[in-house]
Design a protein around this ligand. Sequence first.
Ligand code: NAD
Length: 524
Amino acid sequence: MKILVGDALHEAGIELLRKVADVEVAAGLNEKQLIEKIRSADALLVRSKTKVTKNVIQAAKNLKVIGRAGVGVDNIDLEAATKRGIVVVNAPEASSITVAEHTIGLMLAMARKIPFADASLKSGKWEKKKFVGIELRGKVLGVIGLGRIGTQVVAKAKAFGMQILVYDPYISEKLAMDLGVKISDLDEVIKNSDFITLHVPLTEQTKRMIGKKEIEKMKKGAFIINCARGGTVDEKALYEGLKSGKIAGAALDVFEKEPPLESPLLKLENIVVTPHLGASTEEAQRYASVIACEEVIRTLKNEAPRNVVNMPVFSQEVLEKLRGYLPLAESLGKFSIQLLKGRISDVSITYCGRLLEVEELKVLTNAALRGLLSPILSESVNLLNAPIVAKNRGVRVTEGRREESEKFSSLIILKVKADGEETEVRGTLLGEEAKIVGIDGYSLDLAPRGEILLVKHEDRPGTIGKVATSLGKRKINIATMQVGRKEAGGTQLMVLTVDQQISKEVLRTVSKIKGVRRAMAVEL
Ligand code: NAD
């Protein structure tokens, strides 16, 4: 067996590979050279430098697995690998401790003014009074995002005697309880924290989640740390906050634009910056190499790998039979998470009608879970790892089958419970076209794509008109409109597809219209 290592990987992983195969380390190959070498390889290991293109994958005769020693897989043509049945594995957890330690390091650097004192002494001054710091003990740390890194930060901050407040709307109460932390809402975290640290992915919801308004609400003299992603903190608002003294200090490892050489933030005195070093330790590189190599070995031995990025494990036959249903199931998940915005505790998915002719429907459940979880996680959730990711987050998943499918030939019913609230979305295929045919007991006929506004409102004259006028005033064009009700005088559901993105501002305005009980925006 032959394993090709295409990038400079930490030796610890390569040693593991040598125990099971002939290993060729050939870093810095161009596409042509890689094509030559890959022909006879059973496995390929890379970091981010080597580009594993379609041409490379097609040239491989024996390739079974590609290992990425790290998280991102932008350098690997996943589609080409999946089509050839080549498993792609990675090492998403490798740098969590390293990033958490960097976060704590930055927090201490600010609390004790270490970089400023260091620069002062090196410039020949002895300014003991100027650099009086504060202790971390007893201070409130607000952690935004309790995933792999956030969890590690909490554990370490506890050892300093800090009080922890957490905001993560998607984590289960149980998981938080196991960690001994209290989940709060964002406002509570912002208003009460002495230090705020972000550990969220960059999504529509997290983009500039710490902006002018949030900074205004913070305690005077609070500190902000961002080791997550540039863009989660509004840099302009942060600059103003630091300049005015409202924010005592900030520590940034990530920036909206990297490198941020033109940023006015770099000119401020109360900021500590590092050049995206969060994951840069000897150990993280070692773990990444060891984890990726272990995953490759597991795959070569036909054992189930834990960090699969693609999905060639489901048979091509099953995938072919379920072709149209896979994106449908994923849309149902993506739709539901946007209706709920809470901590998912239970997911139940029921398959009805002709779908039962396909024996293996697990891949559809996984697609629905991917739709539910991908929008809120930084790791890649795929058709294979989705159930594991759900389990790790304390989500109970049940699958059911039912002969009867109402007026449709097949039907998928997805019920999701989050924070005690429940939503039910039903979908089917009409010919080749995916349709959402029910939301919370209201019947409709909706193509799951684009910008969708859902308004639950009292069934009384005038409300629909007011909603439409309010959208018109904000130059939002309505493409389609459906209104349904269960009984006269009760609650109606209005579903609008629109041509423009629905901002939080628009949603707030619609929610305030008399008779409107709830307005929700969904983007598919
Ligand atoms: P993760 O996927 O394990 O955790 C992300 C957490 O954020 C999840 O628990 C999720 O529920 C939560 N979340 C999602 N949307 C949210 C929202 N709107 N409000 C509050 N919480 C929300 O990710 P991770 O591995 O812990 O990584 C966290 C961040 O750190 C990512 O942005 C990642 O890219 C970044 N990162 C940075 C470096 C670096 O070098 N500085 C290295 C690795 C990772």
